[in-house]
Design a protein around this ligand. Structure first.
Ligand code: C2E
Ligand code: MG
Ligand code: MG
Length: 359
């Protein structure tokens, strides 16, 4: 169990687990699965091995009861349904929660095979320099072509990949693929700096620096053509540790960018200490830039701050010419958004950039 959970034996072979600080009931299936997994680990007993199984019933406060007796009774009823289903599994008290839990576990099982089954792909979105009108940078954005052919958005599977740890192998695949693609374009005479997103868990992974180094070496890509994007939350959560990790990455020669800037809580003192190169102004500010004075002044402030710290700025989610003109007037360096191009498969991206250069 996690340190903050409570586990009690209430009699016979009945145990109660209290999870008192769940962010969401969505977290229960993974925890229940983990408990079942640990219970099932073989136990050596003299020269034999035995293994156990369990059935778990889940009731949620307050929807399934707001006192101890009701919660326990409903968890008990749910446990009997887990037993009826053959045991070694879990059930929620309500049918609705069961359906959701099942869906999540199914998705996890499918995501587990996505890498080996070659179901992941990258789309590429160009970043346009607002002064020179050149495409200098590109961001790799992951897509999952699930078994039934549908394209799943990263917003729908990256959080699950984070929770389950699958983000580590997936992130390695993204880094390797993006580096190889950048190298290929370089060989075709198109020098671009590639931005790759890192989630919090990847950022904290011990092997991150080695993974980045390997991906660059394998592709034969100069480190200056790779940029890593992390969110404010990932760096600010444990700022001292972040300074160390960022410095190690920086020493490799890769660029560092803070994504969705303005949505988290940045300590300005730390911002100065972080070896970063770029701030990406979150889409939510850009969206309202021409509508309200508030977003406009936030964007002006971010750009002024970035200038003082000698950081490059990117306006994210630029959809209209008015937004582009505002950013250009405010001194923003780069823009990214549907106005210039959506994220595209590699061949279409290449064609777009070549056509843009020819113009
Ligand atoms: P992000 O890094 O902030 O990426 C920008 C997102 O904004 C992309 O969504 C992009 O398609 C979208 N976008 C770009 N221009 C516009 C615009 O003009 N209007 C609107 N409405 N949207 C625009 P996408 O591809 O769905 O990715 C969502 C998020 O998923 C990314 O946000 C990033 O945080 C995460 N992500 C994507 N690929 C990866 C990956 O390889 N690894 C990790 N860890 N996270 C990833
Ligand atoms: Mg990004
Ligand atoms: Mg962003």
């Amino acid at each position: 169990m996690r340190e903050r959970d409570t586990l009690a034996r209430i009699g016979g072979d009945d145990f109660v687990v209290v999870l008192s600080d769940l962010a969401s009931p969505q977290d229960v299936p993974l925890l229940a699965d983990r408990i079942l997994h640990h219970i099932a680990l073989p136990i050596p007993l003299q020269d034999r091995e035995i293994s156990l199984s369990a059935s778990i019933g889940v009731s949620l406060f307050p929807q399934d009861g707001d006192d101890y007796d009701t919660l326990l009774r409903n968890a008990d009823a749910a446990m009997y349904r887990a037993k009826e289903a053959g045991g070694n599994t879990f059930r929620f008290y309500t049918a609705d929660m069961n359906a959701q839990a099942l869906k999540k576990l199914e998705m996890e099982a499918r995501l587990r095979h996505a890498v080996e089954r070659d179901e992941l792909l990258l789309h590429y979105q160009p970043l346009l320099n607002l002064r020179t009108n050149e495409v200098t940078d590109v961001e790799a954005l992951i897509r999952w072509r699930a078994g039934d052919g549908t394209l799943v958005s990263p917003l729908d599977f990256i959080p699950l990949a984070e929770e389950t740890g699958l983000i580590v192998p997936i992130g390695q695949w993204v880094l390797r693929t993006a580096c190889q693609q950048t190298r290929q374009w370089l060989d075709q005479g198109m020098e671009l700096r590639m931005a790759v997103n890192l989630s919090t868990r990847q950022f904290r992974d011990d092997k991150l620096v080695q993974t980045v180094r390997d991906a660059l070496a394998e592709a034969g890509l100069p480190a200056r053509l790779l940029k890593l994007e992390i969110t404010e939350g990932a760096v600010m959560d444990n700022a001292e540790q972040a300074v160390r990790i960022l410095s190690e990455l920086k020493a490799l020669g890769v660029g560092m960018s803070v994504d969705d800037f303005g949505t988290g809580y940045s300590s300005l003192a730390y911002l100065q200490r972080f070896p970063i190169d770029q701030l990406k102004i979150d889409r939510s500010f850009v969206k309202d830039i021409t509508l309200g004075a508030e977003s406009a002044s936030i964007v002006h402030s971010i750009i002024a701050l970035a200038r003082n710290l000698r950081l490059q700025t990117v306006g994210e989610g630029v959809e209209t010419t008015q937004q582009r003109d505002f950013l250009r007037g405010a001194g923003c360096d780069l823009m990214q958004g549907f106005l210039f191009s959506r994220p595209l498969p590699a061949p279409e991206f290449l064609a777009l950039v070549q056509a843009h250069r020819a113009n």
